[in-house]
Design a protein around this ligand. Sequence first.
Ligand code: ZN
Length: 488
Amino acid sequence: MSTLQLYNTLTRKKEVFEPIHPPHVGLYVCGPTVYGDPHLGHARPSITFDLLFRYLQYLGYKVRYVRNITDVGHLENDADAGEDKIAKKARLEALEPMEVAQRYANRYHDAMRSLNVLPPSIEPHASGHIIEQIALVEDIMAHGFAYEVNGSVYFDVEAYSKANSYGKLSGRVLEDLMANTRTLDGQSDKRNPADFALWKKAAPEHIMRWPSPWGDGFPGWHLECSAMSTKYLGETFDIHGGGMDLIFPHHECEIAQSVAASGHDAVKRWMHNNMITINGQKMGKSLGNFITLEELFAGTHQLLAQAYSPMTIRFFILQAHYRSTLDFSNEALQAAEKGLQRVTSAQKTLQQLKPSEKSSVDVTRFIQDCRKGLDDDLNTALVLAAIAEWVKTVNSVKDGSEQLSAADLKLLQADFKVVVNDILGLQAEPVAGHGNDLTGGLMNLILQLRSQAKTSKDFATSDAIRNQLQAMGVVVKDTKNGAEWSIE
Ligand code: ZN
């Protein structure tokens, strides 16, 4: 019996997680569009579902994690007309469209590596699955849920709604959708404003185009995820995830497409992460608060007081439960930076502690407390609170007010590694200086030179070293065991 509870957006409640075909788990997450730099908005879904991927594997499941790359160049705002986003970028930067897609896919991968997000098991590209998408459109048409007009194919929401519930995921009501969806007067081929494109005819100037039974065109935005999830995970699979902003129309339409083609739901459980706001505002290019991950790591955006390391961003995101809102501010990130430092330095301390005869604390509680949080719909806020309590315990053992036996010390070291490094994916920053990385090695060398200067009573040099390090934010403290250093 599984103890893991996960919230299902479809049923609007937490449910015990049981895979359809244990020990296998099929997980599909909507990946990035590749016509721009990866930004802060990409970090939350990738870290949320990376945590799920890691935790399911810790629990012993064999997870097939599929995360797609959207590279077929959809139209601006999913409109009926206009230039596609990749072709527009290609024209502006004088590149081949696939060069644009590759460039931004590479940057996305670089950012994910920095954030210690594991690569998925399969990363299918929409452009490599045009045949599957056309077959799906034909299937939907054969069941009477789509129609062709002038080389484009639309999903017939009204026909579908006779026996199925369009809007069940998002809670939207079809009548309202029909009344509220704006039509482009005379420009739309749709029978009904709520209908959505499965296949779009390509205008002569449209670069990203493929032949189809309806003429040259390109797939609708929602089609690729239905086609590729079925191809790699089967007609029914365990979990489909993504950001909350994808619930409507993207995921609602995915459900409709799958049900129209196969007669049943493809997804057993829908999971959605909440959004990141910036100083209380939604992130948007027009608001001037659009921050790319590269700017965040380098501290080069005007809203940033400093650079924030990828691990600080990861810690910051894990501090909130994935379904809660998360507000980004310099203060919140600086607090996250300190929180992360406390955890990594406690982990370092844990490696150096001397065991006692007996333990004064029950170390088996550590993993229990952490798992309790994770089992509660991946409540990382609870997990980090539990870790913070144990950081205090580790420091108490260091100052002698608590004791750990050799066996318990070994167990706590191992469990810390499992939770902090393996499940939460937090790594010690290179600058934290564990002695086995370049910064640590260089710092040891500098402190040795300073110690030699002091021994030979060259206080001018030893003070200069300390002051210049201080100016760079590196604080040197002289203790009875020698000099220790930390980042301010
Ligand atoms: Zn998708």
